[in-house]
Design a protein around this ligand. Sequence first.
Ligand code: BG6
Length: 494
Amino acid sequence: LTAHEAVYFIFGATGDLARRKLFPALYSLYREGKLGERFAVVGVARRPRTETQFRDDLHQSIQEFCRYKPGEAGEWTAFAEHFSYHSLDIGNVDGFRELKSLTERLETRFDIPGNRLFYLALAPELFGTVSHNLRDGGMLESPGWHRLVIEKPFGYDYPSAEKLNEEICRVFREDEVFRIDHYLGKEMVQNIQMIRFANAFFEPLWNNKHIANVQITLSETVGVEERGAYYNKSGALRDMVQNHMLQMLTMIAMEPPSRLDPEDVRDEKVKVLRSVRKFASPDEVRKNIVRGQYSKGTVRDKELKGYREEDSVDPESVTETFFAARVFVDNFRWAGVPFYVRTGKRLPVKSTEIVVEFKNVPGNVLFARRQDLLPNLLVIRVNPMEGIYIKINAKRPGNETTIQPVAMEFCQSCQIGINTPEAYERLIYDAVHGDHTYFTRWDELAAAWQLIDPIAAAWREHAIEPALYPAGSWGPAQTEKLLHEDGFHWWPVN
Ligand code: BG6
């Protein structure tokens, strides 16, 4: 494989994403031999920075955030040698021409065949400008491949996403574009396919005859932190639901693809999104969706601010920091099965879990009216613990015939010596190898926005404001009601 012989351009190289995720990911890939030696990384940002300063930043970021620590001096220098910095005003094409000469020198020096990967860790408003200037500055004229990796938010709604996409598509083909959703890079999200399609005992039961409901929780303990300005415009709906939550839902609900090829997998995911029932009226939105915002609260004797008191947040903000919904996938497999999703900031735990609740055995004479008979569960633990467990019913040891639920567990994060790669490592690696499986295709993104827009419109046009919940709680009381109405409850998250 020679695909990884490339120059990686990190636009926004002095920003948070580069520091926390991208540099550490590149270092881990390097340490595992996945980058080889024929590569170069060019950090691009507006701020002037000397090569030495840039490499110092790099060292610090790896020291702080990488699962490998910078090794002994020789090895570190060898890695850092591959890094250069180029200060650039991205609105000015001349800088791109200079970047072109720098790139050609690096390609000669490291014997790289002209492959170029442009990672835009930038505000999306700049994607169009950068794409055009890459082309006009001659950066796309090398003999190898050219790929664009971009981060969310991809627009604010369907029309803005479409506009953004058109701008990018004037320069890059769809197969050259890699839209990151870092949840798709998570080990256990990718594992959903294996669990479902490689096991004789799940797939035959994976439908409305045997599954009572599915619960997807993505809870965070952090508040909005220093991202108030961004978050206040986006809210949980655009920050988490439009992307991460819907991605997990599609992975659970999709039909088995005919092959595990990227396009086959993505075709199936688009079909799920198209089958999700739209919230057609404000009443449906009110009935099926909970919109919440954290107010002040106390967690372990610590006073936490309410959302409206956070920095850069409008004191009258009606932005939601919590979202819960009852969603239906109207196809043959899932008709009638509710998918409950919830996500929020300032909740009691940091945890992402997917619970598949199976229907009970027939209420026959054997176990009729038994209070101790709980449903079987399959729980996929995504984050921060990784693993899977199933809850089954067994006999409690002793003379009485009491049933007790027991867990059969595979705890991936407990296995000694498993140091699972970070989402960004896997995604950068895939992008460089041209594998689109875990990236969002345009039609997938479009379908996701088409589900989100009517919700946002109903909130906006019918003044549906968020219900307050104290920081450190599980969201507004209505969240429990959603499930109680259907005779279910949220299974506790670990
Ligand atoms: C990001 C959101 O996409 O995902 C953040 O913008 C959120 O608001 C983060 O905190 C959660 O990711 P993870 O991997 O920490 O669960």
